[in-house]
Design a protein around this ligand. Sequence first.
Ligand SMILES: Cc1ncc(C[n+]2csc(CCOP(=O)(O)OP(=O)(O)O)c2C)c(N)n1
Ligand SMILES: [Mg+2]
Length: 710
Amino acid sequence: MAATHQSSGSPRLAPAPAFAPQERDVRKLSIDTIRALAMDAVQRANSGHPGTAMALAPLAYTLYRHVMRVNPSDTSWRDRDRFVLSAGHACVLQYSLLHLCGYDLSLDDLERFRQWGSRTPGHPERGHTPGIETTTGPLGQGVANAVGMAMAERFLAERFNRPGHEVVDHHTYAICSDGDLMEGVSQEAASIAGHFGLSKLIVCYDDNRITIDGTTALSFDGENHVARLAADGWHVQRVEDSEDTDALCAALLAAREERERPSFIQVRSHIAHPAPNAVDTAKAHGAPLGESEVRATKEAMGFDPERSFWVDERVYDHMGLHDSGVAAQEAWAQRERAWRERYPELAEDWDRAWAGQLREGWQAALPSFAAGEQIATRSAGQKVMAAFGSFAPTMIGGAADLVESTKTVFGGAGEFSRVHAGRNVPFGIREHAMGAIVNGLAAHGGMVKPYGSTFLIFSDYMRPSVRLSALMGLGVVWVWTHDSVGLGEDGPTHQPVEHFAALRVIPRLWVVRPADANETAAAWRVALEREDGPVALLLSRQNVPVLDRSRLAAADGLERGGYVLWDSDWSAGPGDGEADGDSRAAPTELVLIATGAEVAPTLAAGQTLAAQDRRVRVVSMPCMELFEAQSPEYRESVIPREVPARLAVEPGASMSWWKWVGDRGDVLGIDRFGASAPGPKVLEELGFTAESIAARASALLKGQTPAPTS
Ligand SMILES: Cc1ncc(C[n+]2csc(CCOP(=O)(O)OP(=O)(O)O)c2C)c(N)n1
Ligand SMILES: [Mg+2]
């Protein structure tokens, strides 16, 4: 093990490395091996991105071999350095490094790059390959994820470290490309990282001046990137030659010395170096080099061109991080043990947080709301958060400058700032970065259910990050308020319409739109208990009545996604036939299904029709994804096949509903944009009063074709 590798686990920095002359040969051999593996894997797959992987081999080598403190044998070590390859297209670079450094990734895995079922997918996927911290590929996301990880480190350090007892002390490193820097999300993230002074974040920028369509002269040369990042409050450095590992190492260590600002290191590189013909060409970005160019490159590197996927044993000896990693982790574990003994209560919170759990007793602390009160579900959400907040000491999050409106705040828990890692994060008007930062907080670990909130309409502004939260199966919560045209005067620019459907089509995302305050408490409970993915809470701006659960089914029904809220033959209450539909005297004629604020008027409509001797059922369907996950028998017991007259009521695009109402049912939705007017007026004009719902249902019962809503 080189003396320069920081293996002590000490918070103090290792001295800048002076590479021993005899090490230079094996260093070059190692770097060229990374290049050869990258070329071979892409060539074998006949697909992938060799150029950047080749050019950045010295940077990635320096990071893994000489700078980062990681343990290949335990990729979940809590205090490991985090690494994000934001330029995810170059993932063959990281896979090669992981293999050579001794992670559980074999040459076989590299040979199966981009193949079905392999552990080396086309872009890095969290949870799929050991050592991959976050899923990247959509450019810009990784930079913002890294900001979230650095915030998590800052928060956990402040919360758990004690003088002389540092259990949280690591860095977050990222490599980004031109595309990452062009994408707006990275600028939003850079801006807030500078503002918060995240000094343990170190981003290396691959300045190769090449993108897919040509050189950056096409669209990116008018900007001084280093000056931009400096203006954002970053510590900036330039390395003029990506082949100069001494300079790279010195810059990285200088970045680690920085105590006030995040670091940005611009590294001038030449894509596909040292390929003789492909170097500096855009075509080296995303296509195999071709057999003859691979051959020529191997010859130029002094490799045998007849060999593929070949690694000299000396490279494994030189690059293996197992011993140094185990030693570093053990040094840390000793510190952690001493800390545990001294602070057993902190340690309990610490373990719970890493297990993704809240302190015991939180469910019982959730409030219940009395019938009859009028309360917006966003306001109910505020009360629910206040009730469980102290049970989730590492839950942090915030809004994109709308906290007064979304009401997502932990009272008395302080704000996250340059000087204090409070639990309320003022994301500013940066929805997209908020999404990716929240993902980074969750991907870091130790942060229970980080959340982000804004108006539902602006879920569009963060959608790429929301999608990635689902793809990664992260335990995050998205709180979107002002969830319908019912928000009123702000008009169609602010009124979500297509968003319900647009969010429901994202696989693995649960979209929950609670009907009243008690369903809001149940919705938060579901969100906090979910272990395998994100939950979105859609909450109303306007007041809605707290439903009278003594005459209706309990709000816990939300856990099953959809439930019978009321049946017209429940003369004395839900106990009368709720569980056993067969005991009812006569079959249901009509099923009304609604979500959120529209449940109350739909219930009123159902009761009106019941008073006209119609046998009506009202279903509250706050979460289609959860309902879908129930048994066919349960679903049938809620929406019986034999009742074709089913009307769904939701003030948004009708398309999600047809599968539940069938072709003899009807959907009262909004397949147009909203309008600026007081909320009740907009809802009335678009047909969402109890009267118009009843009229629409009557028409359905009579077999009349409804008029389209445009
Ligand atoms: C958001 C997003 N848009 C487009 C792409 C497709 N794409 C992949 S890499 C790339 C740009 C390549 O240029 P650069 O980022 O400089 O990477 P390099 O070629 O230098 O490795 C593009 C447009 C993407 N991955 N993500
Ligand atoms: Mg580039």
